[in-house]
Design a protein around this ligand. Structure first.
Ligand SMILES: Cc1cc2nc3c(=O)[nH]c(=O)nc-3n(C[C@H](O)[C@H](O)[C@H](O)COP(=O)(O)OP(=O)(O)OC[C@H]3O[C@@H](n4cnc5c(N)ncnc54)[C@H](O)[C@@H]3O)c2cc1C
Length: 352
């Protein structure tokens, strides 16, 4: 088999890359071994405001514009709906926070997202004596169904192999890559935290930020917006709500833990008064970089190998734009900004 590209990993990064290649009529084959599930368990929210400090997310405006078109195109391609607009209600902890909210709402990049009046809490199931700050034009992507449908789409075209990519089997040739019976001009690695097993790119400083989530059944809560307080509560329909997420920088497994659940329940109980039942509990590892920027680029030595990773806590917004940037770098030699390029870590390769 001869293809233009091999792609390793079909999370949000892999989907964005394969979609970009397909748009440009490049042939490819994807490998996916289900070893990571960050994109599957993710809340799927997109939101251009950092809710701790009420400051803008890096490059959010441009990323969001590209991302919303990207998901709309996927909806048309797969004939399903994944995007759901969802307002965010941030519980204020004090008068001071209300004032900070008003100050932030003047920001030129953010004003269209902020509702500038304090929203009074009228839901007896929620504790919010200082009210809410409301954000609009925010929403979520149903990443779980998107990945499942996209994987089936590729299966129907015989473009995915559901097994592990074995790094030891790569043969690097002057004009490309040979892997098993596949000859490819290039290979793009999109393995999320799986990068740690990749001998070509594991010099990059990817940190694991494990996150756990629970799903609760809470028939008396009755909200159709996302609440953000100590944790977020996201409506899923049918009185189900996703609650998350924890941050754990030590545990490198995808397994849900009792400690994770306990933390989520304690935080949830600090602002929710209605009874609920926990019906699901999941965990994944966010592929995070210490400077909070993605890892995009071509290997400094092996020029036929490229990477899209480091999407951190905001893969939904970042992945589509970064896939475009990577494609333009590989195919048209349009250089990347230093802040996203893996070149910023070249010294790590020499040290390693
Ligand atoms: C609890 C939690 C909540 C989150 N909430 C949000 C949110 O609300 N909004 C948001 O934007 N982001 C959120 N994120 C972050 C988001 O999920 C990530 O940024 C994004 O999913 C990373 O995508 P990825 O494709 O790089 O990695 P992954 O989703 O991990 O995908 C990598 C893929 O590569 C495969 N793979 C790895 N190694 C191999 C190999 N050797 N052979 C074959 N296949 C391989 C894995 O099985 C996996 O499918 C959340 C993450 C977590 C954990």
């Amino acid at each position: 088999m001869k293809v233009d590209y091999i792609i390793v990993g079909l999370g949000l990064a892999g989907i964005a890359v394969s979609n970009e290649l397909e748009r440009h009529n490049r042939s490819f084959i994807v490998f996916e071994n289900h070893s990571q599930n960050s994109s599957i368990v993710a809340g799927g929210m997109y939101n251009p405001v950092i809710l701790k400090r009420f400051t803008p997310v890096w490059d959010a405006e441009d990323q969001l514009k590209i991302a919303l078109t990207f998901y709309q195109n996927l909806e048309q391609k797969l004939k399903q709906t994944y995007h759901k607009p969802l307002d965010i209600y941030r519980i204020f902890k004090s008068i001071e926070e209300q004032n900070n909210w008003f100050a932030a709402s003047d920001h030129k990049d953010l004003s269209k997202y902020f509702v500038t009046t304090v929203v009074k809490n009228e839901n007896e199931g929620i504790m919010a004596p200082y009210g809410f700050g409301k954000l609009v034009h925010t929403g979520k992507i149903d990443t779980k169904n998107l990945i499942s449908d996209y994987s089936n789409y590729l299966k129907n075209k015989d473009l995915i192999k559901c097994n592990s990519f074995n790094y030891n089997q790569i043969q690097i040739k002057p004009k490309g890559i040979v892997y098993e019976n596949i000859t490819a001009s290039k290979i793009i690695f999109c393995e999320g935290f799986g990068i740690k097993s990749n001998p070509f790119f594991n010099y990059l400083p990817l940190q694991e930020a494990k996150g756990e989530l629970i799903t609760m059944y809470a028939p008396k809560l009755k909200i159709d917006f996302l609440i953000k307080a100590a944790v977020f509560v996201m409506p899923l329909g049918d009185d189900l709500y996703k609650v998350g997420a924890t941050f754990n920088w030590v545990d490198k497994t995808n397994k849900p833990t009792d400690d994770g659940k306990k933390e989520l329940v304690e935080k949830l109980n600090s602002f929710i008064k209605v009874p609920y039942t926990i019906v699901d509990h999941s965990a994944g590892i966010r592929p995070t970089v210490k400077d909070r920027r993605p890892l995009v680029g071509v290997h400094p030595i092996y020029k036929n190998m490229a990477i899209l990773n480091g999407l951190g806590t905001r893969g939904v917004m970042i992945a589509p734009k970064m896939a475009k940037k990577l494609y333009q770098l590989i195919e048209n030699e349009i250089q990347l900004e230093n802040e996203i390029s893996i070149n910023r870590f070249d010294s790590y390769l020499k040290e390693g």
